[in-house]
Design a protein around this ligand. Structure first.
Ligand SMILES: Nc1ncnc2c1ncn2[C@@H]1O[C@H](COP(=O)(O)OP(=O)(O)OP(=O)(O)O)[C@@H](O)[C@H]1O
Length: 289
């Protein structure tokens, strides 16, 4: 089951927003592909899970799981309830320690030896099912706070934003379909808009790998379609893993890329959408006839 924590450090905030001079100004910053920094991706992969097993009192929620994600890939993970999707994300983010196996971020960073905080700091961002935005702050302030909570950014909570930083927030606002809504209280946004804002907050921290757990759960059809557009825009700019049950949405974002089907803690099938949809075992255990 998905958790509701954010993995982000809590901050005491208040009275923010007076630091912004011209939130609408176009400062020309561009939203570019995230270059892996500090992560050795010379072999093309950002994540390697090898023979991962997670036992809970003898029950194997993950059973000898093998999975690689390439740099810039958008990987969809599907599978029935209890297949181990969330537990796999818990292993990647350090919330759960595997009983056996290895999990590497790039060639050299051993995730099984790091704390959740260290993993987040190394560049793995995770979005849980429920949106967790700062409801009493505006959309703009939420993005600003996310940027200032990024330990790599040399700034304090009350420092004035540079034009480059404002430009970056502007780019993210457009990307997450909230341009023009930047002065609205986050608490007044629709469920879908809150989800987009939280994705934007993660993007402000320039994650090298972004994990999204059921991003369209509870969204309207229109919001789901816009989320698919958003993720398609992120394709190739970030390495992304999306866990989702909504097959229409998965079809929209999988394009020609790989879809991994988990079942009973292992990979049941992997291939493009058409291949997994026509796989007899996948039809039997998940998609139905
Ligand atoms: N802390 C835990 N203790 C015991 N069993 C657990 C624990 N966490 C998960 N499980 C079990 O491990 C299995 C995998 O659960 P997990 O939540 O990873 O599946 P999932 O694929 O994410 O399912 P869903 O699609 O319903 O979210 C389930 O049988 C679940 O009950």
């Amino acid at each position: 089951m998905s958790d509701m924590e954010t993995g982000r450090a809590p901050v005491g905030i208040g009275g923010l927003g007076g630091n912004v001079d011209t939130p609408h100004a176009d400062h020309g910053a561009s939203y570019e592909r995230i270059k892996p920094e500090g992560v050795d991706t010379t072999h093309g992969a950002i994540l390697y899970l090898e023979n991962i097993t997670v036992s809970f009192d003898g029950f194997k929620a993950i059973n000898n799981l093998n999975l690689d994600i390439s740099v810039g890939e958008l990987r969809c993970i599907i599978g029935p309830n209890g297949a181990g999707k969330t537990t796999m994300m818990d292993v990647i983010t350090g919330k759960t320690r595997p009983t056996a196996g290895t999990a590497f971020f790039g060639q050299t960073i051993d995730l099984t030896k790091m704390t959740e905080y260290e993993i987040a700091h190394a560049g793995i961002g995770r979005k849980f099912q429920r949106p967790t935005v700062f409801e009493q702050h505006t959309v703009f302030e939420n993005l600003e706070l996310a940027m200032k909570m990024d330990k790599r950014v040399k700034t304090t909570l009350f420092a004035r934003l540079s034009s480059e930083q404002i430009g970056k927030i502007e780019e993210i606002l457009k990307l997450i379909r909230l341009h023009g809504q930047e002065n609205r209280m986050a608490g007044l946004l629709s469920h879908g808009q809150k989800q987009w804002l939280e994705i934007g907050m993660l993007l402000m921290q320039e994650p090298q790998l972004l994990l999204l757990d059921e991003p369209v759960a509870g969204m309207s059809d229109a919001e789901t379609a816009r989320t698919a557009e958003l993720l398609n825009e992120l394709r190739g700019k970030h390495s992304i893993m999306v866990v989702e049950h909504d097959m229409g949405f998965v079809e929209e974002i999988a394009q020609g890329g790989k879809v991994t089907v988990l079942h009973e803690g292992s990979v049941l099938a992997e291939g493009n959408m058409q291949q997994v949809q026509s796989n007899e075992r996948v039809i039997e255990v998940y998609l139905g006839r």
